[in-house]
Write a protein that binds this ligand. Structure first.
Ligand SMILES: [Zn+2]
Length: 75
């Protein structure tokens, strides 16, 4: 399971499972190709309301992790 969490967020995130109080998005498949990811990707929401869409779209397009500066990947 891969977690994408915002850096320096206002509150901590639970990176153990998918039950974080931020109600993260969990992706099991590439929405375009339907291919299963090697590991589920848990995309956490920022408490400070920071925009996630751009990063999520890049991720979905296969531009894996490129351009993620304010987010951190935890495997
Ligand atoms: Zn979270």
């Amino acid at each position: 399971m891969i977690h994408i969490v915002p850096l320096n967020d206002e509150k901590p995130h639970d990176e153990d499972g998918t039950q974080c109080p931020c109600e993260p998005h969990v992706f099991f498949n590439d929405p375009e190709t339907g291919e299963a990811f090697v590991e589920p990707i848990v995309l956490h929401r920022a408490w400070d309301g920071r925009e996630l869409v751009e990063e999520a779209e890049a991720l979905m397009r296969g531009e894996t992790w490129k351009g993620i500066g304010r987010w951190q990947k935890h495997e």
